[in-house]
Design a binder for this molecule. Structure first.
Ligand code: T3D
Length: 258
């Protein structure tokens, strides 16, 4: 249900349950978390790419499993905390860039999964649907946090309350995705982007992610303090020292991630 492969220091994690639009059962979420933990821990991996097989990126929670849980009177706090929250925390906190290649519809927690990634590349066929309100739920998997940071509070409220799907062109207009490419170029284009990131200054990227997340909920003074600490730590990295020397020698820097 999840494919995992590593090429050019990029771990590609593919949701592979196309017959159910790559919707998320406990089994899929557990395997996805396992694959992402493996990518996070592997020194040989310096960027991660998440995509889906078939015509969906991910249709969110598997509603058949969900209905069965409701029938049995199980609440949702356990499943959301046990399965969705760790996935989103892992992606947003990962010390490596994470790119989503959105190949088709991303709905509910599937859209949240894409929003938690650092960059999104969409196929012309991609659609984003904040499907939560359509089934009488509120956002989960971090969408209340990520979406308004991506598009602003007003747009986020509109998307979450009305639940109307956005096509790829509109998602690009709103800044939800970095680029839109023809369907048959999506994987190549997103992989090239991930390879470019994998060949970059991994520690500086990790610090950038940390600074952005921190600044989103702290004062300017606090953000300035953290930036100073992060720059200080980066000053000692091989990548910074090497790139500074390369600049002065009028050479191209080459980054090792150390
Ligand atoms: O339990 C918890 O932990 C709570 C957490 C909730 C988090 C959430 O994600 S809530 C939101 C859940 N997702 C949705 O509400 C989306 C439901 N799906 C749709 O709205 C539509 O299927 C799509 C917009 C995604 C795609 O529409 P369309 O017309 O292109 O395809 P379709 O015909 O509706 O679906 C194709 C098949 O995929 C179909 O199966 P079938 O009839 O061919 O056997 C459909 O049932 C299945 N499918 C689509 N989404 C889901 C799904 N099966 C299970 N769960 C799904 N989410």
């Amino acid at each position: 249900m999840i494919r995992y492969d590593v090429t050019d220091a990029v771990a590609t994690v593919t949701l592979d349950r196309p017959e159910a639009m790559n919707s998320l059962t406990v089994e899929v979420k557990t395997a996805l978390l396992g694959a992402l933990r493996e990518a996070a821990a592997a020194d040989a991996v310096r960027a991660v790419l998440i995509t889906g097989s078939g015509r969906a990126f991910c249709a969110g929670q598997d509603l058949r499993e969900h209905a069965a849980n409701l029938e049995e009177g199980r609440g949702l706090a356990g499943t959301v905390r046990a399965h969705y929250n760790p996935l989103i925390s892992l992606i947003t906190g990962m010390d490596k860039p994470v790119v989503a290649a959105v190949n088709g519809v991303a709905a509910g927690a599937g859209a949240s999964l894409a929003y938690a990634c650092d960059l999104r590349v969409a196929s012309e066929r991609a659609k984003f649907a904040m499907a939560f309100s359509g089934i009488g739920l509120a956002p989960d998997s971090g969408a209340s946090w990520t979406l308004q940071r991506l598009v602003g509070q007003g747009r986020a409220a509109e998307l979450l309350l009305l639940g109307e799907p956005l096509d790829a062109a509109r998602a690009l207009e709103l800044g939800l995705v970095s680029r839109v490419v023809p369907e048959d170029e999506l994987l190549k284009s997103a992989h090239e982007l991930a390879v470019r990131l994998a060949a970059g200054p991994t520690k500086a990227y990790a610090a950038t992610k940390r600074a952005l997340h921190f600044a989103a909920s702290h004062s300017l003074e606090e953000a300035l303090e953290l930036e100073a600490d992060l720059q200080d730590a980066l000053a000692a990295t091989d990548d910074h020292l090497g790139a500074t020397r390369a600049f002065l020698a009028k050479e191209r820097p080459s980054f090792t991630g150390r």
